[in-house]
Design a protein. Sequence first.
Length: 276
Amino acid sequence: MIDMEHKLPITKQCKILELSRSSIYYEPAPVSDKDRELIRLIDEIHLEEPYLGLRRIKIILKRKGYKVGRTHVSTLMRKMGIEAIYKKPRLSKPHPGHKVYPYLLRGFKITEANSVWCSDITYIPMARGFCYLVAIMDWASRKILSWRLSNTLDVSFCIEALEEAILKYGTPDIFNTDQGSQFTSDDFTDILKNNNIHISMDGKGRWRDNIFIERLWKTVKYEEVYIKAYESISHAKKELKKFFERYNTWRPHQGLAERTPDEVYYGTLPKIKDAV
């Protein structure tokens, strides 16, 4: 936990704990037990049917026995960061003033580590409130290169994850994301440009363009998040760290011929470029 009275600067404490600096000064509004239950159900519905909109989600909730109005469902979805939904949950909304880049992966065969990295943001429910998780994945191996938690959708936690991945693993040829404002911001794209990384972005509403990290979220939610009730971001970080270590080093993947992400990553890595 962050100690505001400790002689070690808060920025250094955040770095040691791998927490986003912006999240330290933000306290989310309390969420009632009933709303946490509804949010959990909405999140599960999105994982199974990511193209469903507000009206159909409300119908499904009603069929499950929850009497909740359209306005309240909309309010909960806004808290989750998925207010406007078409084709996929939009935790990261486009910014009208940011440049959007073309999708570069169509027809592109990705067989080597560090050819393509991808990233996305998802919502993480906790016992008292919620937070957001960003992860950076190597496309060919499914290896999680870095990740961060934050109480806010500020771009800083995405930048911290990106900088850590580059520091540890070098640079990819292509970096793919959705068109969210965090990923189209100059602060984020300038890092990619300065490292000579080609920028690729999903087509609008095409959640399948980033399919592997979308599948990751389903695995994280059903095998980790939903079976635990994190008491705090620090608790979530501790448990997710153990999960991602198992995911990378121990858990075989059917799509990787029953190999682990680490086995595929290091087995197909031509060279580590510019790594420290």
